[in-house]
Ligand binder design. Structure first.
Ligand code: B1M
Length: 216
């Protein structure tokens, strides 16, 4: 497929995502990869583009939770297909990082993207999933010796759970042994400073870059 034609394929992928066609989207993503489209472009110009359209419709009450959920499932299927291409696994990981979506929050697409990107930097990601309790993070830091904790929050009501994790690390006496990175749509640099996080980044690629600096 000629480079110029990827635009058409990206629109097709975006539409499949908006319709939640998980099976078809995997086929189209694979088609793009086979034709030489960059995995990063498929992610940003097709998948994230489609998810932003869904997000806008959700905001304007043009679609509702079930539609968003099936779009999210399609997004997760598509990103799983992209994963090996985005994350060229390092043979010897440079270190471990814990990643999760914080307590009360079920959004996992951004968190999964951050995980894939940090894995692409040769870091072993310990994914604790969504709705993750602060104590579970403390326990996992102690068990694994992970150097970095990556916290994702998508709701204004759950970003405060990022502070709870920092407080729990302090109470356990291990705050200084880890770097805490925060992110997610409502999170800002100002909020990160306020809660005493070590880093804030706006997107998954920057998160991976900053995360990697903590292992040098
Ligand atoms: Co929800 N939702 N949702 N939702 N949802 C939002 C976040 C919302 C903005 C929609 C809206 O109103 N426009 C709104 C939040 C409003 C607010 O608090 N400010 C909202 C709401 C209100 C809710 C519910 C309360 C709805 C309800 O039930 N009435 C409910 C809450 C459930 C809960 O968590 N307890 C809810 C539920 C859901 C679904 C389950 C239906 C589904 C999630 C499915 C899933 O994740 N498996 C869903 C979805 C899909 C969305 C939208 C449409 C898309 C989110 C997404 O995945 N974006 C979203 C609207 C939107 O964002 N346009 C919305 C794509 C993803 C790649 O972006 O996660 O932002 P994002 O990640 C980015 C960056 O933020 C960053 O990197 C990524 C890009 O590179 N990033 C980090 C993320 N984590 C990072 C960590 C880092 C660094 C960067 O360092 C550690």
């Amino acid at each position: 497929m000629a480079e110029a034609n990827f635009g058409e394929l990206f629109s097709e992928i975006s539409e499949l995502l908006q319709k939640g066609k998980a099976k078809d989207i995997v086929t189209s993503v694979q088609k793009g990869l086979d034709a030489g489209a960059s995995p990063g472009d498929i992610l940003e110009k097709a998948l994230m583009e489609g998810m932003n359209i869904v997000g806008g419709k959700f905001k304007r009450n043009e679609v509702f939770v079930p539609e968003v959920l099936i779009a999210a499932r399609a997004m997760n299927k598509a990103t799983e297909t992209l994963k090996p291409h985005l994350a060229k696994a390092g043979i010897n990981p440079v270190g471990k990082a814990i990643i999760c979506t914080v307590k009360g929050d079920l959004h996992d697409i951004g968190k999964n993207l951050v995980r894939m990107m940090i894995e692409g930097k040769g870091i072993e990601a310990i994914d604790l999933g969504v709705d993750c309790d602060a104590q579970k993070i403390v326990d996992t830091v102690k068990e694994t010796g992970a150097k970095v904790v990556c916290l994702s929050a998508l709701l204004t009501t759950t970003m405060t759970s990022q502070k709870d994790v920092i407080d729990a690390l302090k109470s356990a006496g291990i705050r200084d042994s880890v770097k805490v990175m925060v992110g997610g749509a409502p999170v800002t640099q100002g909020f990160a400073d306020e809660i005493g996080a070590d880093a804030y980044t706006a997107d998954a690629a920057s998160a991976a870059e900053v995360c990697r600096t903590f292992y040098s």
